[in-house]
Design a protein. Structure first.
Length: 71
């Protein structure tokens, strides 16, 4: 599985297909590596990123709660 991590498009360049082109390049690379799926993530409180992911064909498959504990 290819994993798209930390992709970001500056606000002034959004809605111009920049994110779609970044994803397309990552998908080409992932296919060359033998991957048959792509995965990505975003923060729960980032609805713009969630909309972008879904517009590019991603679907929500899980929600996660992260914990930490000081030692």
């Amino acid at each position: 599985m290819g994993y798209l991590e930390g992709w970001y498009v500056e606000a002034e360049f959004r809605r111009r297909g920049v994110g779609a082109r970044l994803l397309a390049a990552a998908e080409v690379w992932a296919k060359q590596q033998g991957c048959v799926e792509m995965a990505s993530d975003t923060w729960f409180d980032n609805p713009a990123s969630q909309v972008a992911h879904e517009a590019l064909g991603f679907e929500v498959v899980d929600r996660c709660v992260h914990y930490r504990k000081r030692l």
